[in-house]
Design a protein around this ligand. Sequence first.
Ligand code: HEM
Length: 574
Amino acid sequence: MAAATVYLGFLLVALVFAYFKIFYRRLRAGEPPLAPGHFLWGNGKQFTDHAVKFLHAAHKKCGDVFTVRFLNQYWTMVLDIHSYEQFAKEKNFDFDAIQEQVNNNVFGYHIVDARKMISEAGQKVNGKHLFTSLENFANNLTEAFKQTASEADNATVTRENKTMINNMKNNSNILANEKRNDLYDLLETDVKKDYNIASIMASEKLLEQPSTFKADYFADSWSQDNLRNLASKTFFSPVFYTIFGREEAGKESNFHPQVFHKNFDQFHKYFNFLWLGLPVQMFPQAVEAAGILAQQPSSSDMVQREGCSDYIKFATEFMLRNNQTERDIICHNLVFLHVNYNTFRAVYWCMYKLMEDAEVMSAVRREVEEVVEAKRTGANQAEYEAEFTTEDINKLPVVDSFLKEVIRWTSGVFMVRKCVEDTAFTTASGQTFNIRKGDKVAIYPPVFHHDPEIFAEPETFKYDRFIDADFYKNGIKIKHPLIGFGSLCPGQKLSMLQIKWFIVNIVNSFKLELLEGEKTAPHTGMYGHEILPPTNDVLCRFRPREGAVTLKYINNYGSNGSKGLGGISSGNLL
Ligand code: HEM
């Protein structure tokens, strides 16, 4: 009994010692205050419950700069939007350690001479490469749209089509004609066989029908899909081909956009856990997905693929020069796909918001139709074409504001750095805080993006919020009100232009609608992702717009005025 008491005593002392050693922090002079949290776990639960609400509350209690704790890790939050530039320029706040953490913990590899590689590779999507990347993307987008449109035309028959067929059957005028009845039977039979309905429609029998009948038919010929699938087919596929080029015709493999999209989606669910250092083996589904994502062409085959991007070519050659392995190169390809996946997510939200609110759709459509009409050439509808340069794409105030609002509303990422030396950090208002070497320091853009003093009614989506607008905090105009790309993202311009060009094209070429009652929202439990995923997917229907003008992107790099892209400057969307 006495021995047990002594052991228990020792255990207690050891636990108390461990607590003070691992979790407890005595503040030094000049350090920011600690946000109140659980004595053991710190602020992790408050953060995962709803990061923005927690940080807004802590901001009110503690002021602009304070420290939160995730278990034994201390993160100092700089929640003053006017101090963004001071933060981004502080040389003791280092991003390399963070990028290393993602590469190592999530993708299990590391890049030799990473800073040099990322900054040189980053140039491969900017300057003249921005124009060629956009040109390649535009060509791949046209292909993807053609394919989606022909799939829609050839739609294998869904429940909806069956309803349509029933409606047709119920049409007494039509039913009067026995010959037509044969057609419905044929349609139904082919529904069951999963045949292609368009080829049936093209059959002689149908072409004999009166024109009103055909119009009715086409008015109802929608295809139905999950929004994620539709966005994947129309946007992720062209992005994938723009990055990795295309395989020789006739070769089928798992290195295919749809296979990669599905598995990336699966893998991404565990991103935050992996980033924080939990072993991937804890998540069998992530391991399975990673196994498929690792099935890529060899580095020598990859750079030979038709249309392989300059970014991938440069990064592959750089890594080979540094004797990195094929495995490292495969992992780097995945990291690059991962950063591009953010653009896909933003596109998902653009499509959702266009469909969710008729006012948004009609405002965006009006602007697109006006510009397409102004640029249209060609003698008749079949020949109508409109050409757009990068500047044209960038000069659409409604599309621009709509996209910025999507980013404001859905961005979820930290701008996080590791403090590499004890640092006295002075905010824009002149307050100085001592930041401890080894701590993380972060700006959290969603806190600003949802601040009612900066953005009136921040939870309301206002597509025109950014048109000719200035934003203020504490009566001072904000230099960088929208910082969803942080200060370092080299893909910001490309990403914004790809999305804008996609919006112009999708609105021009397709009709899109959500199915009745379908709703989703950004998943606030996933704060930490650059763009938040949806809580659930939604069903939508779409069909090609008849008589849509063919749109073309023109790479006019080098011509007068093409180098200064008004409206996008690095590190700042406005
Ligand atoms: C909507 C799309 C995107 C969003 C929201 C986004 C956001 C971000 C953010 C927040 C960072 C961290 C920056 C910082 O802390 O200062 C980042 C880094 C990065 N992004 Fe993006 N990004 C997007 C698209 C892209 C694209 C298309 C590319 C590639 C062409 C790209 C390449 C990178 C790279 C390489 C880094 C690491 C930079 C470094 O280590 O210096 N991103 N991105």
